[in-house]
Write a protein that binds this ligand. Structure first.
Ligand SMILES: Nc1ncnc2c1ncn2[C@@H]1O[C@H](COP(=O)(O)OP(=O)(O)O)[C@@H](O)[C@H]1O
Ligand SMILES: [Mg+2]
Length: 208
């Protein structure tokens, strides 16, 4: 395993005896990364946490990586400039890769506004292991919802580089799934994700 960004010398990859496939067999389900992208207040966290609950209740090993929580710890030193946003997503992608290797179904909810950053995460994973879910909602509707009062602050100039207001959001060109949260309610949105995962064979216990 060679990382082109590797800075440290004399670091040699140590092959693990217990492989991801062994862990997947033990768990009786595959592991993978469900990447929820979309504007703030589009519904990423609401949907991801509800999907996790369904999977958890079916006996699957899961974990949600959520934007603000990660910025409290792992990425506490990063801001919202394009370079920091890129590094934020890169670290999350690498953390998720470890978690997928550990046998988990990881649900990541991050605005992740740049297409190239999301594609860089996708490239860390084989084939169907990475699933991009576009949580789609017009900015006007997100502003109406404004559950954290952040759009109001951004419009008042109190928050800089706010996605959809003063920073760009690049829509996915070819997402695996689109959830239109203006058209669907929370329950329908969760059902759509679960249905998609069933169709992919995840729920039946096959490898994602
Ligand atoms: N179909 C839907 N899916 C998810 N959330 C929805 C939906 N319709 C309305 N909402 C509301 O939109 C808000 C989404 O907030 P949140 O999940 O925190 O968004 P995000 O994580 O994308 O910033 C919540 O108040 C939720 O109740
Ligand atoms: Mg959220």
């Amino acid at each position: 395993m060679v990382n082109k960004q590797q800075n440290s010398r004399n670091v040699v990859w140590h092959e693990c005896c217990v492989k991801r496939a062994d862990r997947n067999r033990l768990n009786n389900h595959g592991s993978g990364l469900l990447w929820f992208t979309g504007l703030s207040a589009a519904g990423k966290s609401t949907i991801a946490h509800n999907v996790e609950k369904v999977l958890f209740e079916r006996g699957m090993r899961t974990y949600v990586l959520d934007g603000d929580n990660v910025r409290h710890g792992l990425n506490a030193n990063l801001g919202f400039s394009p370079a920091d946003r890129r590094e934020n997503i890169r670290r999350i992608g690498e953390a998720a890769r470890l978690m997928v290797d550990a046998g988990l179904i990881v649900l990541a909810c991050f605005i992740s506004p740049y297409r190239e950053d999301r594609e860089a995460v996708r490239r860390l994973f084989d084939g169907d292991t990475f699933v991009e879910i576009y949580v789609k909602c017009p900015v006007e509707e997100c502003e109406q919802r404004d559950p954290k009062g952040q759009y109001r602050k951004a419009r008042a100039g109190m928050i800089e580089n706010y996605t959809g207001v003063s920073a760009p959001y690049e829509e996915p060109e070819n997402p695996d799934l689109v959830i239109d949260t203006q058209a669907l309610d929370v329950e329908q949105s969760v059902e759509k994700v679960i249905g998609f995962l069933s169709d992919r064979g995840l729920i039946a216990g096959r490898v994602l």
